[in-house]
Design a protein around this ligand. Structure first.
Ligand SMILES: [Mg+2]
Length: 140
């Protein structure tokens, strides 16, 4: 699957720090044959990903639409369409399909939301769906 991660408050806190367990999730997903993309409504975030030494896991960077999610996402090259989005904004997750995560704002070493994402994706791989309330049906 092409898995698109939002940046601010999904994998980065307000101070730019990396959310716990993002690195191990990226490693796991890459190992399972998924493609990881980073997008943001706040530009192309290559530098933020380089800073946290995660570039090797990332297949592509895009600007995330901030409205008309479906129409704007459909304009991406076909091979780069998101099969799943991970975002703290429920609206884009409900529109495109994926996993909503609670907003990561202040650094918190005890945060385990990325572990939940890993479990949900594993469940989807095994059964095609998930009963977790964070999950919204895949569309692409
Ligand atoms: Mg966000």
């Amino acid at each position: 699957m092409n898995i698109f991660f939002d940046t601010d408050y999904t994998i980065l806190g307000v101070d730019g720090s990396l959310r716990p367990h993002v690195g191990e999730l990226f490693q796991y997903l890459t190992h399972r044959g998924h493609s990881i993309y980073i997008w943001s409504g706040n530009g192309i975030r290559t530098k933020d990903i380089e800073k946290h030494r995660l570039s090797n896991f990332v297949k592509g960077y895009f600007e995330k639409p901030v409205h008309d999610y479906w129409a704007n996402t459909s304009r991406l090259p076909t091979e780069d369409h998101p099969n799943m989005v991970i975002d703290d904004n429920l609206e884009i997750v409900a529109t495109l399909g994926g996993i909503w995560v609670n907003q990561y704002y202040f650094p918190n070493k005890a945060d385990i939301e990325m572990k939940a994402v890993k479990e949900i994706i594993t469940e989807i791989e095994l059964s095609g769906t998930s009963e977790d309330p964070r999950f919204r049906k895949l569309k692409f």
